[in-house]
Design a protein around this ligand. Sequence first.
Ligand SMILES: [Zn+2]
Length: 211
Amino acid sequence: MHFVKELSQLIFPTRCFGCNDVGLSICSTCRREWHPHYYQTHISDLNIHSAILYSTTASRIILAAKENGLKGADDLIIDAIMHVLGKADFSHHNVQLVPIPSSPSARRRRGRSFIVDIAKDVSVQTGYPMANSLEIVRKVRDQSGLHARQRSLNMAGAFAITPGVYPRGDVILIDDVVTTGATLREASRALTARGFHVLASVTACVAQPLR
Ligand SMILES: [Zn+2]
């Protein structure tokens, strides 16, 4: 087994998820940018807790996890979310994690549901239960080229509760990045409209300033 591992290192050397340098899965330079802190953002009535300021390095790490399915990159995102959950004091609440779903086309392309997988791992590590309660009920555009107002129109009414998969207690929404908050606001709207209580959102990264 050891030999196989060494051989695979030879053929596929480990590269930094942030800058692609051969060596560690995150090099010391990129670690400076991907170093979990604690940021709180308020968008309308949402409290968003995040670990890392979004940067080119952070976007590469997220892409490595999201689009290339690299476990080491997943782990960096999981660690960031765990860090935030440790800093934010939710101990007096009956926490239930609810991941932000990805579009059916993204799921097909990636062969998995990215944030659901991340939230599952966080759930196992924290003991907080997870409910995969949200689903996308209409077509949404990729948000990357959209401004704040376009994002908010793009997401309005896009989420609904999956029948029978109801969260119990105080919902904490889980996502990789918050930019304008359009996605989190829509998720919160869908849950609140059905009488569920959204306590906060936790994201690995926060893009500042929110545009
Ligand atoms: Zn690097």
